[in-house]
Write a protein that binds this ligand. Structure first.
Ligand code: TRP
Length: 335
């Protein structure tokens, strides 16, 4: 700990992890936990904007935690916690909201998108999503926030709110955090439906989940979109075919990939064989995840322990900040 760089990122408790999540983000989280002081939390306060039932909420939070642990997040290296176990975040959110303005919040793209998607539920939590996100980040005085491109505007808001607080009260109290988007290390994983990236909202069968059983997985891969095959030697691969090769690149051995590449180039390739190979390599690749997920799912006590331990570690840093902030603002310190 000590003077390591502080990293914070939030994870939405929605659905299961797929290969796109794994190669796009989690693998890098797993790397970062080795060198930085990482706080990774499950954003369950945020998820209330869509009004989940208590049962669904609990189930999703637990499943997401289990899958992140199975994917390699280590509670001994990173601080893994549930956002709702840190009421200090909610308190800081309240303070930040006093200096957040309707006009700027209404202009946020993710707000506009969500307002369009759920026109009958444009609640204040949705509007103030960026102030809660800012609180998540600055409660630990983060320097770096690994997020996808779609979150960069929200992160710009965090920087604004941190600066605003500093200007109003105490020049350099909050460090101004930077978005971090992995640059070169970011592997974009395509889906199985012929175009675009892997995602769970792209329809059934587009994404391979870490938790897919081999039968489901094989079925999805065998149904992947292809075409009628190359007609000329060394022809450029159309997107759907290139996608299958890109997927192979992350799960198959290089000599196997070269073999299929050669067969594509001399027009002897059979897509059925390519898919069979890809499916088998995916089954092998996902096997340890599946095993870990089922092992963790059966170990209620361990999951509870991880949650408790994470909450305790996160609170240490959050309480220090909230006490200082209260004093800066003019309130009594708690301790
Ligand atoms: N908004 C992020 C997303 O939709 C999740 C999130 C919430 C987050 N709070 C955060 C990410 C703080 C980074 C830091 O994916």
């Amino acid at each position: 700990m000590g003077n390591k760089e502080i990293v914070v990122s939030g994870i939405r408790p929605t659905g299961n992890l797929h290969l796109g999540n794994y190669f796009g983000a989690i693998k890098n989280f797993v790397k970062m936990q080795e060198t930085s002081q990482c706080y990774f939390f499950i954003a369950d306060y945020h998820s209330l904007t869509t009004h989940p039932t208590p049962g669904d909420l609990q189930k999703n939070v637990k499943q997401v935690l289990i899958e992140y642990l199975a994917a390699g997040l280590d509670p001994e290296k990173a601080t893994l916690y549930l956002q709702s176990d840190l009421p200090e975040t909610a308190e800081l959110y309240l303070f930040l909201n006093m200096n957040a303005y309707l006009g700027e919040l209404e202009r946020v793209t993710t707000f506009k998108e969500k307002a369009r998607k759920q026109p009958n539920n444009v609640n204040a939590g949705l509007l103030t999503y960026p102030t809660l996100m800012a609180a998540d980040i600055i409660i630990h005085k983060a320097a770096k926030v690994p997020v996808g491109k779609d979150q960069e505007q929200n992160l710009e808001m965090t920087r604004t709110y941190a600066r605003r607080f500093n200007n109003m009260y105490s020049k350099d109290y909050f460090p101004i955090p930077n978005a971090y988007n992995f640059g070169e290390q970011l592997v974009k994983i395509p889906g199985l439906d012929g175009s675009g990236k892997m995602g769970k909202s792209e329809g059934e069968g587009n994404a391979i989940f870490l938790n897919d059983d081999p039968k489901t997985l094989r079925k999805k891969v065998m149904r992947a979109v292809t075409d009628s095959g190359p007609t000329e030697n060394n022809q450029k691969k159309p997107e759907a075919i290139q996608n299958l090769f890109t997927l192979m690149k992350v799960v198959s051995k290089q000599d196997i990939i070269s073999q299929f590449d050669d067969m594509y180039n001399d027009c002897t390739i059979r897509y059925g064989d390519l898919k069979k190979q890809l499916a088998e390599d995916m089954v092998i690749f996902t096997e340890p995840f599946r095993e870990k997920i089922s092992e963790l799912s059966a170990n209620e006590d361990y999951i509870k322990k991880v949650m408790n331990q994470g909450a305790e570690k996160a609170r240490e840093s959050a309480q220090k900040t909230i006490n200082e902030v209260r004093e800066i603002i003019g309130f009594r310190k708690y301790h």
